[in-house]
Design a binder for this molecule. Structure first.
Ligand code: HEM
Length: 263
């Protein structure tokens, strides 16, 4: 009886492991081809790779890689890094306090040396990043690079896209001017009208001040708790989450044997 039970479990495991979903997430690409190298061997390989920034040989189609990807993913990483650096400088002069946030912005623009340059670089790069991530997604779609074995990386990409948009949205509130205040009031009111979890939405089960919108706002309307929450999300949580996911995204590209084409 015990034997039969074990065999049944093994059979079910075999069936599950053959499904596309399992292969996409845990399949050969995650652990299968992994051949551990000795520490010395892997160190030497690492050094060799750094020394030969350009490979000795490449495939015939390899030189078309630029017009295949247009480096849209690479440019998104570049914009992300630029945002991290310019954002770190802005943090020196910005305090997420409703009484000083706006005047901090004015100081950055008119008093701090190179402040206006750094701020505008941060703002324009943010717009560019949203645009380039969307274009990168379009390229991946048009070249069919979302197909097996890259399905999981497509899903990771979608999460990265949502996080890019959330980073933009949370940053929008920080100048604490009228545009930011009302923009975020309107944006977050979507949560208030969400079904079931929003206080004013259809089938609402939660009271005003205790619904999903209030978690984001830290109250019933945009105020000091909102500014602090958005600041922490914008400057810490979202960038750290994105950096981790990007590492995973790149590792999965390597595991899939590199970018999908051209052959
Ligand atoms: C912060 C956002 C993102 C960054 C920094 C990023 C970065 C990259 C980079 C550097 C590559 C290598 C090839 C290239 O440059 O085109 C790549 C490939 C890929 N990305 Fe992204 N990506 C992001 C968002 C997305 C999104 C939104 C999707 C789709 C929903 C996506 C899906 C993929 C897939 C499937 C590949 C493999 C493509 C292939 O093998 O041809 N990524 N990504």
């Amino acid at each position: 009886m015990e034997e039969k039970k074990k065999k049944d479990i093994k059979d079910i495991e075999d069936i599950v492991k053959k499904t596309q979903v399992w292969k996409a997430i845990f399949g050969d690409l995650l652990f299968g081809e992994f051949k551990p190298l000795s520490p010395i061997n892997s160190l030497m390989r690492g050094i060799a790779k750094i020394m030969q920034l350009h490979p000795y040989n490449m495939s015939v189609g390899g030189k078309r890689i630029i017009t295949y990807t247009f480096c849209l993913g690479g440019l998104s990483v570049f914009f992300f890094s630029l945002l991290a650096v310019t954002g770190a400088f802005l943090m020196i002069y910005y305090n997420p306090d409703v009484n000083s946030a706006y005047s901090n912005m004015e100081d950055i623009r008119y008093v701090v040396p190179f402040g206006v340059l750094i701020r505008n670089m941060h703002r324009w790069t943010a717009h560019l990043m949203v645009m380039f991530v969307a274009l990168h997604m379009l390229r991946v779609f048009l070249t069919g690079a979302y197909k097996p074995p890259r399905e999981l990386n497509w899903i990771v990409g979608v999460i990265l896209l949502v996080m890019t948009l959330l980073a933009s949205f949370t940053g929008y509130l920080l100048p604490w001017d009228q545009l930011a205040y009302w923009g975020v009031t309107i944006g977050t009111s979507m949560g208030e009208n969400a079904p079931i979890l929003g206080a004013k939405g259809p089938f609402a089960i939660l009271p005003p001040g205790g619904d999903v919108n209030s978690v984001l706002l830290g109250g019933t309307s945009v105020g000091q708790p909102t500014l602090l929450r958005f600041y922490l999300l914008h400057a810490i949580a979202i960038p750290l989450g994105m950096a981790g996911l990007m590492g995973f995204h790149f590792w999965r590209i390597r595991r899939a044997g590199g970018v999908s084409g051209p052959l």
